[in-house]
Write a protein that binds this ligand. Structure first.
Ligand SMILES: [Zn+2]
Ligand SMILES: [Zn+2]
Ligand SMILES: [Zn+2]
Length: 342
């Protein structure tokens, strides 16, 4: 493994990253400068456990035992509106208000939902059963489909924070779905980058990436029949990886139940390996999919990005959007492959 640094460009959105393995040798004298691991200490009773349903707004989706009552026990998974939402569905009109040319604003419209992923008080997603893990991916699909019916919604962000160090405020394993009246900047960048690539080559950049990565092999962590888990070429954090379907698809809403099972199995294996190699880091995962109600796009390809908190963003990252990682993606992939279960 070479210690020479490289400046890499993300193949989709064009963001620059610095891969600098020599950085891993630097002294860390400041307390708290080390990577962030999940601590999972809890101070209050859990509002997501069964018996506490009164403490969450009424469920919008639930996987329930037949005969059980909505908003009571007897569920396997619940989706509820966030009790303390960043955005609300009952503000503003149908249109975005624009004030002047310089300051652009729109009411804080949106749906903020929480996917409570299991009735057991588990904090690690890898502790879920295979069926529970797959149910998360079905719930994502079903809520995206439901939210598409609101014409005010342009995009729905689907993400998960694991560990307080990655922004979670409750331990009980859960995801969030936040619908927005706008398409977020990172998605616009990916749409623009992939559209430009398609115009040049006639191909989807993600399909191309999957083919090239499979052929090269050194950044591939694992694959299944229809999915691949691969290290990001130009990562923001060391061990950042992406999971994408091997068959072209821009809209996550169309995923089949069978594929949710396969996706869950692959994600779970790689996350177990990550926990082993990095001693349970805090991380986020997020779904990147085409804007709601778009047609099937030939240039865009849905995927999940997993971002472990293996470093702290500093001046170059915050100020210039240029991330430095101290572990080369090829090295990280080799370590995770070695640690895969089964
Ligand atoms: Zn709980
Ligand atoms: Zn594709
Ligand atoms: Zn993405």
């Amino acid at each position: 493994m070479s210690f020479e640094s490289e400046i890499r460009r993300d193949p989709v959105c064009g963001r620059w990253a610095v891969v600098a393995p020599e950085r891993s040798l630097r002294p860390m004298t400041l307390e708290g400068a080390e990577p962030r691991h999940r601590r999972n200490g809890e101070r209050h009773p859990c509002p997501f456990c069964p018996g506490q349903e009164y403490d969450t707004p009424n469920e919008v989706l639930a996987h329930r035992t037949p005969g059980s009552q909505p908003d009571g026990p007897g569920w396997q998974l619940r989706v509820v509106p966030n009790k303390f939402p960043a955005l609300r569905p009952d503000v503003g009109g149908d249109s975005c208000a624009i004030e002047g040319m310089v300051l652009l604003t729109t009411p804080g419209f949106g749906h903020a939902e929480v996917v409570i992923e299991c009735p057991e008080h588990l904090t690690a997603p890898t502790a879920l059963t295979h069926d529970q893990f797959a149910a998360i991916f079905r719930a994502y699909r079903d809520r995206l489909q439901a939210l598409s019916e609101d014409p005010r919604v342009a995009y729905a962000a689907v993400f998960k924070n694991v560990g307080a160090e990655a922004g979670a405020s409750l331990g009980h394993t859960h995801s969030q779905i936040i619908s927005l009246p706008i398409v977020p900047e990172s998605i616009e960048a990916e749409l623009d980058g992939s559209r430009a690539f398609f115009a040049r080559t006639g191909r989807c950049v993600f399909c191309d990436l999957a083919v090239r990565e499979l052929a090269a092999g050194d950044r591939v962590i694992a694959r299944s029949e229809h999915f691949i888990a691969v290290m990001a070429y130009a990562p923001r954090y060391a061990y950042e990886f992406w999971v994408l379907p091997l068959t072209h698809a821009s809209r996550y809403e169309n995923i089949t139940n069978t594929d949710t099972l396969e996706l869950a199995a692959l994600m779970n294996r790689v996350l177990v390996a990550l926990d082993r190699v990095r001693a349970e880091p805090a991380y986020n995962w997020f779904l990147h999919t085409a804007p709601l109600r778009s047609l099937e796009l030939p240039h865009y390809h849905w995927h999940i990005e997993v971002l472990p908190r293996t470093a702290r963003p500093a001046g170059l990252e915050w100020g210039y959007g240029c991330f430095i990682t101290a572990v080369a993606p090829e090295q990280a992939a080799a370590e995770l492959r070695e640690a895969l279960p089964g």
